[in-house]
Design a binder for this molecule. Structure first.
Ligand SMILES: *[C@@H]1O[C@H](CO)[C@@H](O)[C@H](O)[C@H]1NC(C)=O
Ligand SMILES: *[C@@H]1O[C@H](CO)[C@@H](O)[C@H](O)[C@H]1NC(C)=O
Ligand SMILES: *[C@@H]1O[C@H](CO)[C@@H](O)[C@H](O)[C@H]1NC(C)=O
Ligand SMILES: *[C@@H]1O[C@H](CO)[C@@H](O)[C@H](O)[C@H]1NC(C)=O
Ligand SMILES: *[C@@H]1O[C@H](CO)[C@@H](O)[C@H](O)[C@H]1NC(C)=O
Ligand SMILES: *[C@@H]1O[C@H](CO)[C@@H](O)[C@H](O)[C@H]1NC(C)=O
Ligand SMILES: *[C@@H]1O[C@H](CO)[C@@H](O)[C@H](O)[C@H]1NC(C)=O
Ligand SMILES: *[C@@H]1O[C@H](CO)[C@@H](O)[C@H](O)[C@H]1NC(C)=O
Ligand SMILES: *[C@@H]1O[C@H](CO)[C@@H](O)[C@H](O)[C@H]1NC(C)=O
Length: 425
């Protein structure tokens, strides 16, 4: 009896010690763990059991059903009676012998959200009962031999995420063509090939097609998506110029066109995007001068223009650069900075300008790719700029942890001593 009670006491004391310390020190709301709303699937005592057909389907997929599946992390259910039905399901870390069957998928047709994660099963054609209800489909490193046509059948989706899966046979136009309700799409690191679609659904808020083999130019139709907040087309084979209408993306916050073969200037219209937070144009063949308007973008936190062919004087002062979390302009051999304005403390990876605005001495990596591998300057100019971010994230939590551990040890010691004195009497 006594040990149990003392253990409980220790636990309570520890719990109080940590709880009392955490709130006052963690001020920014983003870093405070917000209380989770009660899950839809919370095991209310009066809830009915899961539909037996669905229970059998879960068993056929090797999912544990000894406990109520509706209260597991892998599933959520509605609250209908006499039987509840599945609304969302996650199949993760599947064993090799799991196989999808049409019967199982048909009985799972109440699902609106289905996730495969590290689940290398062979995909079969989903029955219409399932595809018509499915709104969210996620497939990460799962489903062997996925084809574009297979994905294109999921026409009622609002959210599609496919990553680290090879997609063969057809490109983004076929996959997305019929998805009339799509809000958000991620198809990344899938070896997807082909061109970007000419038609896009106007309600799209997020498009991430990074890490594929998409080629050709960025279509003007893409810049008409006025609800688009995130656009990531990085690491593809896109060429030609950035559309001058890019500034029509009036909701845009984060854009990456990095690691393509884009050429020409940064379009002036970009000045019309005051909400822009993240701009990554690195590793292209962009040229011209870096426009002045970038320094007036008040929300900008991340700016990467490295490894292009920009020229002229960098139009930023130290205050602007220090205000950013990430700033990179290295490997632009004709770009230079004004020594009077920026001094020599900042390591930017580019040379200082002479009085005509031309690079004084050749910078360490003079454009030629042969120098890239031996180029250590990358780390140099990173360090200075990332310090702010790191301090911001780690500082408070380390203090909290320290204090919490300290207090806990003291409490533990006291309880231990009390116990010791009791039992040795
Ligand atoms: C799957 O496995 C990974 C690593 O082995 C683990 O981190 C993850 O939590 C697992 N996911 C589920 C849902 O079990
Ligand atoms: C999409 O949903 C509608 C009804 O909500 C249904 O009639 C249609 O068949 C569904 N489409 C597909 C491809 O499942
Ligand atoms: C993409 O193709 C490369 C080269 O053929 C291959 O090594 C890689 O595994 C493929 N990626 C995926 C996700 O299938
Ligand atoms: C776009 O969203 C609006 C409001 O959410 C909705 O009324 C409209 O039908 C949607 N349009 C399409 C093409 O889905
Ligand atoms: C851009 O890429 C496409 C497709 O690979 C090619 O046909 C076209 O010639 C390229 N354009 C330029 C200017 O290199
Ligand atoms: C774009 O995608 C790449 C790789 O998928 C990722 O590393 C990068 O952070 C993304 N950038 C944005 C702006 O989302
Ligand atoms: C958008 O960019 C900001 C600043 O770099 C970053 O903190 C945030 O995670 C990005 N959001 C997404 C969805 O990539
Ligand atoms: C930028 O590159 C384009 C295409 O490569 C070229 O036509 C143009 O003359 C270049 N502009 C400048 C200012 O160097
Ligand atoms: C550098 O800045 C100083 C002070 O603002 C200015 O007088 C000078 O013309 C600038 N030099 C170049 C090359 O732009």
């Amino acid at each position: 009896m006594a040990p149990d009670l003392s253990l409980l006491l220790i636990f309570l004391l520890l719990h109080h010690a940590t709880a009392a310390v955490v709130p006052p020190t963690s001020s920014p709301p983003s870093s405070t763990p917000t209380p989770k709303p009660p899950a839809r699937s919370s095991p209310i005592s009066s809830s009915s059991p899961l539909d037996p057909k669905q229970l059998r389907a879960l068993q056929s997929l090797n999912l544990p059903t000894s406990k109520d599946p509706c209260s597991s992390a892998a599933a959520s259910c509605d609250s209908s009676s006499p039987f509840r039905h599945l609304l969302s399901l996650t199949l993760a870390n599947c064993s090799e012998d799991v196989a999808l069957s049409l019967t199982a998928l048909k009985s799972l047709s109440t699902l609106t959200s289905l996730t495969f994660a590290n689940c290398p099963v062979t995909p079969i054609r989903f029955p219409t009962e399932l595809t018509s209800n499915l709104h969210t489909f996620t497939c990460v490193n799962s489903l062997k031999k996925l084809t574009g046509v297979w994905l294109s059948r999921l026409q009622n989706l609002t959210d599609l995420i496919v990553s680290d899966v090879g997609i063969t046979a057809s490109g983004p136009t076929i996959i997305l063509g019929g998805m009339k309700f799509l809000h958000s799409v991620t198809i990344s690191h899938t070896n997807l090939s082909g061109y970007l679609p000419k038609h896009w659904h106007p309600n799209l808020t997020s498009v991430d097609l990074s890490g594929n083999h998409i080629k050709g130019k960025i279509p003007i139709s893409l810049t008409r998506l006025e609800n688009l907040v995130h656009l990531n087309l990085s690491s593809n084979s896109l060429n030609e110029t950035i559309p001058t209408t890019i500034g029509d993306l009036s909701s845009l916050q984060n854009i990456s066109l990095a690691s393509n073969s884009l050429s020409g200037p940064i379009p002036e219209s970009l000045a019309a995007l005051p909400a822009l937070m993240h701009l990554d144009l690195s590793f292209n063949q962009l040229n011209g001068t870096i426009p002045n308007f970038i320094r007036d973008m008040k929300k900008l936190k991340y700016l990467n223009l490295a490894s292009n062919s920009f020229r002229g004087v960098l139009p930023f002062n130290a205050a602007f650069i220090k205000g950013l979390e990430v700033f990179k302009v290295g490997q632009n051999s004709n770009l230079c900075y004004n020594h009077t304005v920026l001094g020599s403390k900042m390591k930017l990876g580019i040379a200082a300008c002479d009085k005509h605005g031309l690079p004084l001495s050749p910078p360490p990596a003079k454009g030629s790719s042969a120098d890239d591998s031996s180029d250590g300057s990358d780390d140099d100019y990173d360090d200075g700029d990332n310090v702010v971010e790191k301090k911001h994230h780690n500082g408070p939590s380390k203090v909290v942890l320290g204090v919490a551990i300290g207090l806990s040890s003291i409490v533990f010691l006291i309880v231990f001593l009390v116990l010791l004195s009791k039992c040795c009497k």
